[in-house]
Design a protein around this ligand. Structure first.
Ligand SMILES: [Zn+2]
Length: 366
């Protein structure tokens, strides 16, 4: 069974290499936009899909020849996927043009005939050469590099995201239903489990989040485009990056812990995308974080043969009594403690929900 895994590392290009990256970002964007422009014109004339390739544009645009041609091929692939989606569902509109002003710029290239190599503290990239890389973890020898995405983040830092493919052994493990747990998303902590354990983001993360909000507020009072504004914008980008990294680190640690302890993890069947689009914007970021945490956890469980299972999203896990099954339909968000009018049991609201999620999950798998 072939599996993919992505590795992200920071790279430190020198000024010439930065220049080549800039050129390649620009060329990939140019090809994407130019091809899209022609596709739109052709569509408006004929109602059909135009098949064009980057090679057609190389004659008139000499600079396209200077950069990694695979970056252009990937821009084409990306556009074709977006364009096919448009043909499948025209209500989504044409794909968007890529903007020079996007604070994050990137391109993707592929490994062909050993053109990409990591040796020592350097990664060799086509047309760019050997770039200094910080390998904070090793890519196993049996992983084949498929593609590399080079990005310049809003903070000005450069990264490579390396996608690998490897032969994963078919894991046949017998899963133990007893070895399972239910998680209930909970705000302002992160989740509560069916044993009553409360997982919260560490304190330093909240601090970093507060600092980010402060810097963002400061930015909103500045004159757009001014020198101070640009300086502050970089500060915000750095604070943002820090928050994201801390959140990712913690989520990885926490999901690794759960995956090592349990065979089955049950969660609520909530559509987190819908929730994030909803009115509770203040909560949205955290809900998104729980969504990405679930993805991460599902991945780690799968690696060791376990399973993440989302229960039916209509199951009223919060409103049901875990003892007698009584359903309290007028339960309010502000009711933090579950007091059952039928059997009189008193239990923390989130723990009650987590236990229900676990029981419902167990029913689903048996
Ligand atoms: Zn009850």
């Amino acid at each position: 069974m072939k599996e993919n895994k992505a590795y992200k590392f920071r790279i430190y290009p020198d000024s010439l290499q930065q220049e080549m990256f800039s050129k390649t970002f620009g060329a990939a964007r140019f090809v994407y936009n130019k091809m899209l422009e022609d596709k739109i014109a052709y569509y408006e004339e004929t109602g059909k899909m135009l098949k064009n390739t980057p090679a057609q544009y190389k004659k008139e645009c000499e600079f396209l020849k200077e950069v990694d041609s695979l970056a252009l091929a990937n821009a084409q692939l990306q556009l074709e996927t977006a364009y096919r989606n448009f043909f499948r569902d025209k209500s989504i509109g044409f794909p968007k043009f890529k903007s020079k002003k996007n604070p994050r710029q990137s391109y993707t290239t592929n490994l062909v005939n050993g053109n990409i190599r990591i040796s020592g503290k350097r990664i060799r990239l086509p047309k760019v050469g050997e770039v200094r890389i910080r390998l904070h973890r090793q890519i196993p020898n049996d992983h084949l590099i498929k593609s590399v995405t080079v990005s310049r983040e809003p903070s000005g830092k450069y990264f490579v995201s390396i996608l690998t493919e490897y032969e994963a052994p078919e894991t046949i493990v017998s899963l133990d239903k007893e070895n399972s747990i239910g998680l209930d998303y909970s705000s302002p902590s992160f989740y509560v489990d069916s044993n009553g354990y409360i997982a919260s983001m560490p304190h330093f993360f909240r601090e970093a989040e507060k600092k980010l909000a402060k810097e963002q507020r400061r930015l909103s009072h500045m004159v757009k485009g001014s020198r101070n504004y640009n300086k502050q914008r970089r500060k915000v980008a750095l604070a943002h990056e820090k928050v994201r990294n801390q959140r990712n680190d913690w989520q990885h640690k926490e999901s690794r812990r759960l995956a090592s302890l349990y065979d089955f993890v049950f969660v609520e069947g909530i559509n987190y995308k819908d929730m994030a689009r909803g009115l509770h914007l203040a909560m949205a970021t955290n809900d998104n974080a729980f969504g990405s945490f679930r993805t991460c956890l599902a991945y780690k469980l799968k690696e060791k043969g376990g399973k993440l299972i989302a229960i039916d999203k209509w199951y009223p896990s919060s409103k049901t009594c875990r003892h007698c099954g009584y359903i309290k339909s007028d339960l309010k968000l502000s009711d933090r403690v579950w007091v059952c009018p039928a059997c009189g049991c008193i239990i923390d609201r989130d723990v009650n929900a987590a236990i229900n999620i676990k029981n419902e999950g167990l029913k689903a798998i048996s």
